[in-house]
Design a protein around this ligand. Structure first.
Ligand SMILES: O=C(O)COP(=O)(O)O
Ligand SMILES: [Mg+2]
Length: 214
């Protein structure tokens, strides 16, 4: 049975509306214009410190304010669950994969506490044997360490990483793990510019794609 590791934001859940809300609460306090949803999606992928840095650059906030603004953002992110949706078919696909005996885990750059909070809110937390966040280790994706650490904690078997972004593809490549790309998430560039074993736009295809790989 395989070890199947998922990215979170833009792969299993459409969380950009909540991340945007957290950012906009902070920008409102600063008297600055809110982020659009497309700006938000562009800034997601390399974890909260990078998100806040990109947001600050987009609103001409002095870079030396990064630490306090990151702390405020993280505080808001923990409760940011109400606007997030599980992608259609993702829950059923997770059920089918668990039923088939695969072990399931999360390797995200979202910090671990908000990652667990949103998974719990959506009823998805019990489906995962491990959840590793962007602040769980000294390294974060695209470094291979977080993915390798998650895999290490799962029972032996073929490994697969499933994500939506260039960061995820680079992580899988660095870890030497086959990669499946969800094409409807927060990717920055073209699908054909990335390395993957297969792509999917509908989570219902996952059991079949994974069966073909293992
Ligand atoms: O929070 C982020 O920046 C990215 O999160 P992800 O790794 O789950 O896509
Ligand atoms: Mg993602």
């Amino acid at each position: 049975m395989a070890r199947i590791v998922f990215d979170l934001d833009g792969t299993l859940i459409d969380s950009a509306p909540d991340i945007r809300e957290a950012a906009n609460g902070l920008l409102e306090d600063e008297g600055l214009p809110p982020l659009s949803i497309s700006e938000t999606r562009r800034f997601i992928g390399e974890g909260s410190p990078t998100f806040v840095r990109l947001m600050m650059a987009a609103r001409d906030i002095e870079p030396d304010r990064h630490a306090p603004l990151l702390a405020q953002f993280l505080d808001r992110l923990k409760g940011a669950v109400a606007l997030t949706r599980v992608y259609p078919g993702a829950k059923a696909a997770l059920d089918a994969l668990a039923q088939a005996g695969h072990s399931l885990a999360i390797c995200t750059n979202k910090p671990e506490a908000p990652a667990r909070a949103v998974l719990d809110h959506l009823g998805l937390l019990p489906r995962f044997a491990e959840v590793l966040g962007g602040d769980s280790l000294p390294q974060r994706k695209p470094a291979p360490e977080p993915l390798l650490a998650v895999l290490d904690r799962l029972p032996a078997g073929p490994a697969i990483y499933i994500g939506d972004s260039e960061v995820d593809a680079a992580t899988a490549e660095a870890a030497g793990v086959p990669f499946l790309l969800f094409t409807e998430g927060y990717r920055k560039g073209a699908v054909h510019d990335m390395r993957w074993q297969a792509t999917f736009a509908d989570h219902a295809r996952l059991p079949e794609l994974i069966a073909a790989l293992v």
